[in-house]
Write a protein that binds this ligand. Structure first.
Ligand code: DQA
Length: 149
C-alpha cells in the first residue's frame, strides 16, 4: 500500500480557547473535538494528518520550517496572525509547500482589519465562514489538490 501523505493542520493564537471563546462567532466545539474530526477524516481518506496549535508566532514559524521535506500540505488557521504576520508568510514561502488558509468565521463580514490576509495570495485557496465544517472542506480540497498536482 502507498505510504499515507502527511498533512499538517496548524491552529494559531487563541484557537486553544475554542468552545469557550466567543461561541456566537466560533461555535461550541473544542479544539480537541475539531482535531479528532480532522484526523479521523484524514485517516479514512488515506492521509496522515497531524495537528499543532500555538499562541506564539515564532513557534508557528519553527513548525512550518520543520515541515520542509516531509509534509506534503499545510492547512493553517493563523488566527489573528493572519492579518499581521509577514514572518508566517515568509516561512510558508521558504518551505514551498502548498497551503490552504482557513477561518471559522467569514473574515470579510467582520471588522475591516480582518479583511486583509497576509497569506491569501500565496495560498492555494482560502475557506472562510463555514465554522468547523471548513476543516472538512479543507481536507477534501487538499486531497484534491495533491492528487491533481
Ligand atoms: C479567525 C479569524 C481571525 O480574524 C481571528 O483573529 C481568529 C480566528 C477565524 O477562524 O475565524 O483568531 O482566524
Amino acid at each position: 500500500m502507498a505510504k499515507a501523505k502527511k498533512i499538517l493542520v496548524i491552529h494559531g493564537p487563541n484557537l486553544n480557547m475554542l468552545g469557550k471563546r466567543e461561541p456566537e462567532i466560533y461555535g461550541r466545539a473544542t479544539l480537541d473535538e475539531i482535531n479528532k474530526d480532522i484526523t479521523g477524516k484524514g485517516a479514512s481518506n488515506g492521509l496522515d494528518v497531524q495537528t499543532f496549535q500555538s499562541n506564539h508566532e515564532g513557534a508557528i514559524i519553527d513548525k512550518i520550517q520543520e515541515c520542509f521535506g516531509n509534509i506534503k500540505g499545510i492547512i493553517i488557521n493563523p488566527g489573528a496572525y493572519t492579518h499581521t504576520s509577514i514572518g508566517i508568510r515568509d516561512a510558508i514561502l521558504s518551505v514551498n509547500i502548498p497551503v490552504i488558509e482557513i477561518h471559522l468565521s467569514n473574515i470579510y463580514k467582520r471588522e475591516t482589519f480582518r479583511h486583509k490576509s497576509m497569506i491569501a495570495d500565496i495560498a492555494v485557496g482560502q475557506i472562510s465562514g463555514f465554522g468547523i465544517y471548513g476543516y472538512m472542506l479543507a481536507i477534501d480540497a487538499m486531497m484534491n489538490f495533491l492528487s491533481s498536482s
